[in-house]
Design a protein around this ligand. Structure first.
Ligand code: BDP
Length: 592
């Protein structure tokens, strides 16, 4: 799925701004057809943003069900003969969209885009209206998985229910990424798939272009331009390979982006459609002990992150995102994981540009919170959840396949992979992911005991989350090295794969000090990280360290969370804790 960009044949109109917003408290919006006429009694709501923290009303923050967004727009007269699309960057977790009262799209999955051709429902010369109903419910058919818990007792008001979530981040909802109108010609470039390779000094770009529309284009023109704008390779078919002599590779920390330009051209050389896609030439391979980018061992240094900030919640914010990339560079990180859901396309574009390596994760999180009960049963994980998970993998890969920064897909975080039922579930997910993208390694992020894991053989890299001396042996830093070394070695020996530590860390209150260290102090976080690092440095099959978390983030309320999860190396406002300076020292030193 191509990102909407401007070109000489395409226009983009961003509908970000203040929309009209209404909570559907009595679940009447669909019944009363709120999409047919302008919404009444609305409040202001920014798009993109989560709606939860915008008002002073806790019932809006904690609402379960539908909310309605609406705004009007004009279609320029010059768009009359164009294909007019509307595209929602994401609406969490499911949405239905109407334009001028006509349903144009319905989408399930809160972190990926959807779009609709609205050429036949919009009018030039009058105001058009877009209405989007967004639903935030998580249940046993959704990813993340969740449950609506209903109370039927005298201690709760009649009909009382709560949204149970089984993951450790606030269930922010709303329109989190921009809504855009864009045009294409009627015959248009529908998709481009690029796979790159290296042949000696040269780079290869294998391409596959999909064109759609009522007629076939007369000619296809493909050109590859370097960063100075020089044409370095050409093509003239829908499918082929461009060879770039003496290629400049896309390397971690040293990104080089060519522009892959596709044009649909008439015999008279008139350009009917054109699309420019940044492309980085690089390869990715995995051995039993190393992760190779361009044939060289790559050691992941960085974080599990979140899209999370004060007030806007998970809403796209360029200022925060640029700040985060600056902090990644400042601290010497070379990578991050999009824990626990696909991040915005805008963030991935920055990673491509800045040479930051990304492990892209699906929103399959929370498959482990039934404690003693089995998770992989039809009651807890409905067959529809697997179907949805497969669909999410497909949408994610279709959206993100061309990003050089993404080097691996993570299909899930912390599932109960010791259960027998987990095998068939993740076999289906792994097979689907490989069939969608045979070019990237795949992983599943685990916290299972290595002796019991039933699924790691389906994947290429062992990714482990562990909290010794935090959730287990709390306060006992001295156990870390022994426990970690035994466990990580077991993972490697049993599955003969490289091992990456995808989460380790400690909640830390910025400004709280204690020597000797106690839990929650800045000293404890530093000491905990150092113990881990000593183990990583003695094991040659460890391919990376991602501290949990880049910054403090919002969670649901609970007795273990004081104003959210405080495992950030930076505060939620992006100020460094002592651990940031420790990591900066470690990561700026070349190792391995
Ligand atoms: C891990 C989860 C992560 C949590 C973290 C924690 O993968 O989402 O935030 O624990 O408890 O199990 O801090």
């Amino acid at each position: 799925m191509l990102y909407p960009v401007e070109s000489e044949t395409r226009e983009v109109k961003d509908l970000s701004g203040i929309w009209r917003f209404k909570i559907d408290r009595n679940h009447e919006g669909y019944r009363n057809k709120w999409y047919e006429t302008p919404l009444r009694d609305t409040i202001m709501m920014p798009v993109p943003a989560s709606y939860n923290d915008i008002t002073q009303d806790a019932t809006i923050r904690d609402h379960i069900g539908d909310v309605w967004y609406e705004r009007t727009f004009f279609v320029p007269a010059s768009w009359a003969d164009k294909r007019i699309m509307i595209r929602v960057g994401s609406a969490t977790h499911s949405a239905v969209m109407w334009v001028n009262g006509v349903e144009v799209a319905a989408h399930k999955g809160g972190y990926l885009p959807f779009e609709a051709d609205i050429s036949d429902v919009v009018h030039v010369g009058v105001e058009n209206r877009v209405t989007i109903a967004v639903n935030n419910i998580l249940d046993n058919t959704t990813i993340p998985i969740g449950k609506i818990k209903r109370y039927d007792d005298v201690f709760h008001p009649p009909g009382y229910k709560v949204q149970e979530i089984y993951h450790d981040f606030f269930n922010y909802a709303g329109i989190h990424r921009p809504v855009k109108l864009y045009t294409t010609p009627k015959v248009f470039i529908e998709d481009i798939t690029l796979v790159t390779d290296i042949d000696g000094m040269d780079g290869l770009i294998h391409y596959n272009i999909a064109v759609a529309g009522p007629t076939s284009p007369e000619q296809i023109r493909v050109r590859v331009a370097d960063e100075a704008g020089n044409i370095v390779a050409t093509g003239s078919q829908l499918k082929g390979t461009c060879r770039i002599e003496k290629v400049q590779l896309w390397e971690p920390g040293n990104a080089y982006l060519y522009t892959f330009l596709v044009e649909l051209v008439t015999k008279e050389e008139e350009i009917k459609d054109c699309y420019r896609l940044p492309v980085g030439v690089r390869t990715v391979h995995v051995t039993n002990k190393k992760f190779l980018i361009n044939g060289k061992p790559f050691y992941f240094k960085g974080f599990g992150k979140h899209e999370d900030m004060d007030i806007r919640g998970k809403g796209l914010d360029d200022a925060i995102n640029v700040k985060d990339f600056n902090l990644l560079k400042w601290i010497g990180a070379n990578s991050f994981r999009t824990s626990h859901y696909p991040y915005s396309e805008e963030i991935l574009q920055m990673a491509d540009r800045e040479g930051i390596v990304v492990i892209a994760e699906s929103p399959a999180v929370g498959f482990n919170f039934w404690n003693d009960k089995e998770v992989f049963t039809d009651e807890h994980v409905h067959p529809e959840a697997l179907a949805h998970h497969l669909n999410v993998m497909e949408e994610m890969i279709k959206r993100d396949k061309n990003h050089p920064s993404i080097v691996m897909w993570s299909v899930a975080n912390e599932a109960t992979t010791h259960e027998d039922g987990a095998f068939s579930y993740f076999k289906a997910v792994a097979d689907k992911t490989r069939s969608l993208d045979p070019t990237r390694p795949i992983t599943i992020v685990q916290n299972t005991n290595p002796d019991d894991c039933k699924v790691a053989q389906l994947f290429d890299v062992i990714c482990v989350n562990r909290y010794p001396s935090w959730y287990t042996d709390s306060g006992h830093l001295e156990v870390i090295e022994r426990q970690l070394e035994i466990e990580l070695t077991k993972w490697h020996t049993r599955f003969n794969q490289p091992v990456m530590m995808t989460e380790y860390g400690a909640d830390t209150i910025a400004g709280f000090h204690s020597d000797p260290p106690v839990m929650f102090s800045e000293e404890y976080q530093c000491a905990l990280l150092e113990h881990h690092h000593r183990v990583f440095d003695r094991l040659d099959f460890i391919i990376g360290e991602h501290v949990w978390n880049f910054a403090d983030f919002a969670t649901k309320q609970g007795v273990t969370r004081v104003g959210g999860n405080k495992k950030g190396v930076f505060t939620r406002q992006r100020q460094p804790k002592a651990a940031a300076h420790l990591l900066r020292k470690r990561w700026h030193t070349e190792r391995r």
